[in-house]
Design a protein around this ligand. Structure first.
Ligand code: AGP
Length: 606
C-alpha cells in the first residue's frame, strides 16, 4: 500500500516524482505529496489524487533531489496535514514512509516530553524528528537513518532527504518494498518498478533490513549493522507501455481482455506433448522428491486464496494428493503444525502481500518446504521461497485481480499435471489436460466476444443492493471470486455460498430483491445444481446462470453460455464472464473501477 518515488540527478525531480506517483497511484490514493531540495526543502502535499497534487506544484519547483508519496491511510485520516512527506521541526529532514510503525505511540510520547511539537497524526512523523535529532549530533544522514531504525518496531519502506545534503537520498526497507533504479548519472528509487520503467530497466531490490545511499553517480547498500552488502542489478522485462491502459477505458478491461495472451505466457515452454507432462524447472525438485509429498497446503489472501481453492481441487483430482487452501493471514496466526511431508504453496500476484510473506517466513522458520506462485519477478515472496512458478502475466495495475487470478489457476493446472504424472495420472489423462490447456486462450476469446451481452446483463442486475453467488465443488471458488470482484469494484453487496449450503440458512435471504448468480458447469453435479436453481426460483429469486448450456426447463431468467473444456479446467473459463459482469456493473454504477474506495493493490501491512 502507499507508493514511494525518489530521484537524485541533473534533472528537475518534481516532474519525475509526479509521473512516478501517477504510476503508483493504484497502490494507495487518498493523499499525495512531494518535496524537493533547493536551498531548503520545498513541500507540496494534498488530500486527494496525484492529479490534485500536480495542480498545486508550481512550474518553478526546481531541484534535482526529491522524494514523493501517494498514501493509503493507516494512522490518521486522509488530509493535507497527514499526507507525506513529513518534516522535522527545523524543516531539515523530510521522510516518506510505507508500512506501520508499531511503537509510534511510545516514541511520540518520548519526543513530546522532550518538547517536540507534532504537525500530523501519523506514525511516520516520529521518523523525521528522530533522524533530525541524530543528524544534529553530527551523524551522516545514512548513520542517522540507520541508528533511528534500530529503535523502530514495525514495517517500513522509507526515503529520506536532508536539506543540508542536497546530493543524496537514503532509503531503507523492512517488510515494505524498495527498488533502486540505476540511470545514466542519475538514480531513482520506488516502492514498485512501475514507477521506474520509464527511466530505466536496471533495478536492484533491497532486502529486509537493508539500507541504501543514492547519489547521482551511483549507490551503495548496507545492512542494519552497517556492513556493506553486494547487489547484482536485474533487468526488468516490462517497459512503460505495459503500464499504460493501451487504449482501453480502464486498466481492468485491458487486463481482462489480455487473458488469452497472459495465460499463453504462463504455459509457454512448460507443456510437453510427448510425455503429456508439465516442465516446471523453477520448482527445484527432482521426481523422487516430488513423489514424496503426502499433502499440499496452499496459502494466499483474497483472490489469491480463491485461486488456491481452485488449485487444491485440481491437485486432488489430477494428482490424488489431499490438498486444501487457507487464507495466509489466518494460517500465520494459528501457530500451524508444519509437516515435512507437506508441500506448501504460497500464491501472490504482487509477491509483497505482508500476511502471505509472514506466513512463508513462519513456514521456513519451522523447516517447511515452500514454493511460490508469483507474478512479480524478484519480489519479496519470490525471493523467500524454495522454488516456484512465475506467472509471466505482466504488470497488473487495476486493484481488482483478473489476469493474475486466471494465470494462477493455469499455473495450478500445470502443477497438478506435474504432480499427477510423477504419480498415477495416466498418459491419456495427461494428454487430455495438455490439450485442454492449449484450448483455453481461444475459448477465452469466445467469451470476451460476449462482452456486450454481459454488459447488458450487468446493467439489468447492478441496481439490486445485494446478490448471491452459488457454486458446487469446482464451481464454489468461482462463485467466491465472482462475488469478490462484484463487491470490490461495484460496492454491491455479494455473498458466495456452496450451492449445497443454501438451504441450511441463506435461502432465507432469497426473494425478488436478491438475485442469484449460479455457476452451473456441465459436470456430474449438473442435476443437483439445477435442483438448487428450482429452489431459488420457487422463492421468487431471479437467477443468472453461467454454464455450458441452457437448462431444459425455465430454471434461469438469464443464461451466459460459455465453451466447454475438460471438467477440471472449466473453473478457469467460468471465471471470465463474472469478471466482465463485475466490470460492467461497476461502470453502470459510475464507480472508480481501477481504484475502488478503501482498497489498495498490494497490502503490505498486517
Ligand atoms: C483481488 O481482486 C484483490 N484486490 C485482493 O484480494 C488480492 O488478490 C489480495 O490482496 C492478494 O494480493 P496478492 O496476490 O498480490 O498477494
Amino acid at each position: 500500500m502507499c507508493g514511494i518515488v525518489a530521484y537524485v540527478g541533473p534533472k528537475d525531480a518534481a516532474p519525475i516524482l509526479l509521473e512516478g506517483l501517477q504510476r503508483l497511484e493504484y497502490r494507495g490514493y487518498d493523499s499525495a505529496g512531494v518535496v524537493v531540495s533547493n536551498k531548503g526543502l520545498k513541500v507540496r502535499k494534498v488530500k486527494g489524487r496525484v492529479a490534485d497534487l500536480a495542480k498545486v506544484v508550481p512550474v518553478r519547483f526546481k531541484g534535482g533531489l526529491g522524494i514523493g508519496h501517494t498514501r493509503w491511510a493507516t494512522h490518521g485520516v486522509p488530509s493535507d496535514v497527514n499526507a507525506h512527506p513529513h518534516l522535522s521541526a527545523d524543516e531539515r529532514i523530510a521522510v516518506v514512509h510505507n508500512g506501520i510503525i508499531e511503537n509510534a505511540g511510545e516514541l511520540r510520547a518520548k519526543l513530546e516530553a522532550d518538547g517536540v511539537v507534532f504537525a500530523s497524526e501519523t506514525d511516520t512523523e516520529v521518523l523525521a524528528h528522530l533522524i533530525a535529532a541524530a543528524v544534529d549530533e553530527n551523524e551522516s544522514l545514512e548513520e542517522a537513518v540507520r541508528k533511528t531504525l534500530k529503535s523502530i518496531v514495525g514495517t517500513y519502506g522509507i526515503a529520506v532527504i536532508d536539506a543540508e545534503r542536497p546530493g543524496e537520498v537514503v532509503v531503507a526497507r523492512n517488510g515494505s518494498p524498495i527498488v533502486l533504479g540505476i540511470g545514466e548519472k542519475e538514480m531513482f528509487a520506488a516502492s514498485d518498478v512501475a514507477a521506474l520503467v520509464r527511466y530505466t530497466r536496471q533495478v536492484v531490490h533491497l532486502e529486509d533490513g537493508e539500507l541504501a545511499v543514492l547519489k547521482a553517480d551511483g549507490f551503495h547498500t548496507f545492512a542494519s549493522d552497517a556492513r556493506e552488502t553486494a547487489k547484482e542489478p536485474l533487468t526488468v522485462d516490462w517497459d512503460a507501455g505495459h503500464y499504460d491502459t493501451g487504449g482501453y477505458e480502464h486498466y481492468l478491461l485491458k487486463e481482462i481482455s489480455e487473458q488469452p495472451e497472459t495465460m499463453t505466457r504462463t504455459m509457454s515452454g512448460r507443456l510437453d506433448e510427448r510425455f503429456h507432462v508439465a516442465h516446471l524447472g523453477g520448482l527445484n525438485m527432482d521426481a523422487r522428491e516430488t513423489r514424496g509429498f503426502r499433502r499440499v497446503k496452499i496459502i494466499g489472501c483474497g483472490s489469491a486464496y480463491y485461486s488456491g481453492q481452485i488449485g487444491a481441487q485440481l491437485i486432488e483430482e489430477l494428482a490424488r494428493i489431499p490438498s486444501d487452501a487457507e487464507p495466509a493471514s489466518e494460517f500465520r496466526y494459528r501457530n500451524p503444525v508444519v509437516d515435512p511431508d507437506t508441500l506448501y504453496v504460497a500464491i501472490s500476484q504482487s509477491g509483497e502481500t505482508y500476511d502471505t510473506l509472514a506466513a512463508v517466513q513462519e513456514l521456513k522458520r519451522k523447516g517447511g518446504r515452500v514454493i511460490g506462485i508469483v507474478n512479480a519477478v524478484g519480489s519479496a515472496i519470490a525471493r523467500e521461497v524454495d522454488g516456484g512458478i512465475y506467472l509471466h502475466a505482466g504488470p497488473e495495475v487495476s486493484v481488482a485481480s483478473t489476469k493474475a487470478f486466471t494465470s494462477t489457476s493455469v499455473a495450478f493446472a500445470l502443477l497438478a499435471l506435474h504432480l499427477g504424472r510423477v504419480r498415477d495420472l495416466s498418459p491419456a489423462d495427461g494428454r487430455r489436460i495438455v490439450e485442454g490447456l492449449r484450448k483455453l486462450p481461444g475459448q477465452i476469446e469466445q467469451i470476451l466476444g460476449q462482452g456486450e451481452r454481459i454488459a447488458e446483463l450487468a446493467k439489468k442486475y447492478a441496481p439490486h443492493p445485494s446478490m448471491m453467488f452459488v457454486g458446487r465443488v469446482r464451481g464454489y471458488p468461482v462463485a467466491r471470486e465472482g462475488a469478490q470482484k462484484l463487491k470490490e469494484i461495484s460496492y454491491v453487496h455479494a455473498e458466495a455460498y456452496p450451492a449445497s449450503e443454501l438451504k441450511h440458512g441463506p435461502l432465507a435471504l432469497i426473494g425478488p430483491d436478491m438475485p442469484t448468480v449460479a455457476i452451473v458447469p456441465d459436470d456430474e453435479l449438473l442435476d443437483k445444481n439445477l435442483t438448487t436453481l428450482g429452489e431459488i426460483r420457487a422463492r421468487g429469486g431471479q437467477v443468472l446462470m453461467v454454464g455450458h448450456r441452457e437448462p431444459d426447463a425455465k430454471l434461469a431468467d438469464d443464461v451466459i453460455v460459455i465453451p466447454k473444456n475438460e471438467i477440471e479446467l472449466d473453473p478457469i473459463l467460468l471465471t471470465i464472464p463474472l469478471q466482465l459482469f463485475a466490470y460492467h456493473a461497476a461502470v453502470a454504477l459510475g464507480r472508480d473501477v481501477d481504484k475502488p474506495r478503501n482498497l489498495a493493490k498490494s497490502v503490505t501491512v498486517e
